[in-house]
Design a protein. Sequence first.
Length: 363
Amino acid sequence: MKKCLIDMVARPLAVAAVLMAASCGGNETQQQDDSKLAYSPEVNEVEVVTLRRQDFPMQLLSNGKLSASRKSVLYFPESGVITKVNVRNGSPVKEGDVLAELDSQAQSLALESAQLELDKARLEYLDVLAGMGYSTADTVSASEDVLKLARIRSGYENARINFAKARRSMDGTVLRAPFGGRVADLKLKEWDRTGTDPFCAVVGDSSFDVNFYALESEYPFLSSGQTVRVTPFDDVDGEVRGRIIAINPTVDKNGQIAVTAQVGAGARLVDGMNVKVVVERTLSSQLVVPKSAVVIRDGLEVLFRYRNGKAEWVYVNTLRANSESYVIKANEDRGASLSEGDSIIVSGNLNLADGSSVSIRQK
């Protein structure tokens, strides 16, 4: 009876112990599986390009200022009161157009008087020739010395010069456009008196000079005739193209070189405008990568090479840049090397470290 009681108590305890052991063993296995999931290495998805030597469209970027290729500041050669103004700022003009006129009464009287004096002197000239034995109807047979002496004795030469001066003075009361373009900087109006101030300027709008600066390190890449692209700062669609026409072979105190290009007329281009300048030149056989491939680590330029599912950290130097790409070479001072055919990571690389696990994103 006593033995039966012991068996009745012992058996449930044994079963409970077995169940507890099984339960503990199951929890431990689950924890181990969870631990494996928690510490599984992260795999970063990336995109790659194959490193190749190729032509590189190099761009030198600068800010420039437009200057009309033809610009003239105009003064009245005669002093007087302005009686007529035919233009405003911005008015289009053609060569020879009358811009303004002065009161010309005094000049008109002077011209008329000079004409009378010239006519009188011409008669005196013919009389002198007749007195020297030459027919007034035939001056061809007289030598040049004889004719010159007759002009001096008769006063004809002085009268001719005075008439030319009077004609010039009369012409000086009318201001004309020296070439086609637009009126600018109009300073005077009707009934103003002319003085030392200019009346206006005429700006040719058929072409513009673009004055800008390049770094001395960029000098070897500049040449006369090279293509430039010019864009107003506030009009990205207003791009015009031109060519370099002058390169100053002197470096200034700021380490810069003055360059002048010439571009054709644009709908939004005006004299004195600030513009963006892009000088283009193609360099052949360069190692080129997208700008997104190069990142900064510890203040140095780095890219990542894909190899066997890992990202390899490669120190590089960027030699040239345009709006989209870099020309690069391996930073040999850091023991780096690059070869054509290397797979270069170009996206997903911002948070990579050397040896990071990566997979190529399927496009």
